[in-house]
Design a protein around this ligand. Structure first.
Ligand code: GTP
Length: 598
């Protein structure tokens, strides 16, 4: 197709501002879906995405649109996730677009990720059309939202399009704006092939599927392609676009985006950010790629039933085929047996992987407290990276510890600033900036240790701001901090899977809160159970779970059989997620108690 009739664009927004709903409306308007096929939020394909209402993977859809000028345009829409854990996917999607729709909820206004995503789009040189969504809501304030877009994002908002993705009001104006305001792609279809991989995954029926943007040249069915980073050559077997149903094509030319399937067996051979070229007529240079994605949050995953360990490994291997952003390696714990140390982009990512393992692979899992990766310089000069408390070096051998630090931008209303300042100070934050972005909205910029964020920061932020605060962050560097390892002893025995890394000045308080939470979570046993927190050989806190006097059933009076059954069932249910350590049954929640005491 003539590149002048192509528009590639992404939709960017803060979470829940309506990207997916708007995408659905655009598909409907361009007739990409008949109403029978129209199912709410078709782009959120995975069940889990639909249930949680979040978009996990970026998707791309081709729509054909007959504009008011009588010409037909090919519009390639690339949907992006909104959650901060997945911002690297936003960046990838933007690299394959010339323009973006910046969707802002008219009842909420500009939020932290509106800003972060808008800046990303600006830095990629994209043309941006502001869209003010949810104007059907009584609390919508179009003028105020425009003002915030101008003041805080710095984009002219007089042409912002007010729409309701829910009712469809004004949505057709967006299509006209895409055609007239966004630039067409450049690139010569006759030049040597240069295509950028912006996603790839393993499909059990079709093998490796690659999403690519052809930057110059033409990608053809049957072509021998070369992956530029590793020199490997593959034959293109089939290719096409999603409309959103897959439609097979025989070529994709400069400016177009689409998928292809080649003789690729391993997703690792088609790394996101890599350039694909024609093996017979290669281009001179690869395209600028993406930075490698790094895991930020680490936790141990174990099966409750140790016989299921091999199943967990298989499941992790399968999931990894589609998600190169999480890592895993075998680890073993005295308390929990054989398991895996896994690395994630953030806490939401951890939850999603855990839920998929349980749901799709039917595994009962124990997850240990999430933590971060420390860089430790030893007294002999060696430097080690440690993300597992059980590998923490002996304190006498530690010279210096560096912990990862983030820059966090928090947008909130004036009245919540006090509570938030207290929270970030409690979390060892250091203020960088305090700025009014409108009369009542404040943007706080803080440096914070990532270790403090992975615990309960989101939940606490939500509660002190009653939900009126949004957060965006990126890795900023490291601080040298006096971190210590805190062990938890149950009945006098250290349970390695319960150990955590804390700041020395907070250790005493944390230890006290932790054992007291554990006391609530560990059910009473037939005997007394001591729970202690210790740093080295020094006990910093202690609580006791008193012994059960009689067994539970003995408490119900004889005749009430249904109550009895209920109790037994409840016990059984509880057992499922217990791990017996020594003589004590410890429930899953106890392993995550540290998340609840921040
Ligand atoms: P993520 O994919 O999780 O980033 O969210 P999203 O930005 O795609 O938001 P989504 O489309 O899932 O919409 C979030 C919520 O807002 C849903 O409950 C939608 O029904 C609702 N919503 C979206 N657009 C409108 C609108 O124009 N008006 C009203 N009243 N509600 C809307």
């Amino acid at each position: 197709m003539d590149p002048n009739h192509i528009r590639n664009f992404a939709i960017i927004a803060h979470i829940d501002h309506g990207k997916s709903t708007l995408s659905d409306r655009l598909l409907e308007l361009t007739g990409s879906l008949t109403s029978r096929e129209m199912q709410a939020q078709v782009l959120d394909a995975m069940d889990l995405e639909r249930e949680r209402g979040i978009t996990i993977k970026a998707h791309t859809v081709r729509m054909m649109y007959k504009a008011e000028d009588g010409q037909t345009y090919q519009l390639n829409l690339i949907d992006t996730p909104g959650h901060v854990d997945f911002s690297y996917e936003v960046s990838r999607s933007l690299a394959s677009c010339e323009g973006a729709l910046l969707v802002v909820d008219a009842s909420q206004g500009v939020e932290a990720q509106t800003l972060a995503n808008a800046y990303l789009a600006i830095s990629h040189g994209l043309e941006i059309i502001p869209i003010i969504n949810k104007i059907d809501l009584p609390s919508a304030d179009i003028e105020r939202t425009k003002e915030m877009i101008e003041k805080s994002v710095g984009l002219p908002a007089s042409d912002a399009i007010p729409v309701s993705a829910k009712t469809g009001q004004n949505v057709e104006q967006i299509l006209e704006a895409v055609v007239h305001l966004l630039p067409p792609p450049k690139g010569d279809p006759e030049a040597p092939l240069q295509a950028l991989i912006f996603d790839s995954w393993f499909d059990p029926y079709r093998g490796v599927i690659v999403l690519a943007r052809v930057v110059s040249g033409t990608l053809r069915k049957g072509m021998k392609i070369k992956v530029m980073s590793n020199g490997k050559v593959f034959d293109i077997e089939s290719m096409g676009v999603m409309t959103p149903k897959p439609v097979e094509l025989t070529e994709l030319s400069a400016g177009e985006v689409g998928f292809f399937v080649a003789t690729i067996k391993n997703v690792a051979d088609t790394k996101v950010g890599d350039t694909i070229t024609d093996a017979e007529r290669p281009c001179a240079e690869p395209l600028p790629g993406f930075e490698d994605i790094k895991s930020m949050v680490f936790a141990g995953l174990y099966t409750v039933d140790s016989h299921e360990h091999a199943l967990l490994r298989d499941a992790l291997e399968k999931l990894r085929l589609n998600d190169s952003s999480f890592t895993f390696e075998p680890e073993s714990s005295v308390a929990l047996g054989f398991g895996f140390r896994c690395g994630f982009l953030g806490l939401l990512h951890l939850e999603i992987i855990q839920e998929r393992l349980e749901r799709e692979y039917n595994l009962d899992l124990i997850t240990t407290a999430p933590g971060v990766r420390y860089k430790i310089t030893l007294t002999d000069g060696k430097v080690v990276e440690v993300d597992n408390p059980s590998r923490w070096p002996d304190p006498s051998e530690i010279e210096q510890i560096e912990e990862p630090v983030i820059t966090a931008k928090i947008l909130t209303n004036e009245e919540y600033v006090g509570g938030i300042l207290k929270l970030v100070e409690d979390k060892r934050g250091r203020q960088q900036n305090f700025e009014y972005v409108s009369e009542t909205r404040v943007m706080l910029t803080y440096e914070l240790p990532l270790n403090e964020i992975v615990l309960d920061f989101y939940d606490r932020l939500k509660s002190v701001s009653r939900g009126y605060a949004s957060l965006d962050y990126h890795l900023a560097g490291t601080w040298v901090s006096p971190m210590v390892k805190m062990d938890i002893l149950v009945s006098g025995e250290p349970v390695d899977a319960l150990s955590i890394i804390v700041h020395r000045d907070f250790a005493y308080e944390r230890g006290k809160a932790l054992v007291s939470k554990m006391r609530e979570l560990i059910p009473r046993q037939m005997f007394e159970v001591a729970i202690q927190a210790a740093i080295g050989s020094k006990i910093v806190a202690r609580e006791t779970v008193t012994a059960m006097r009689k067994n539970v059933i003995a408490k119900c009076y004889g005749g009430d059989i249904s109550r009895k059954r209920k109790l037994l069932e409840k016990q059984k249910e509880g057992k499922k997620r217990m791990k017996r350590i020594g003589k004590v049954d410890i429930p899953q929640e106890a392993f995550l108690a540290v998340l609840k005491v921040g």
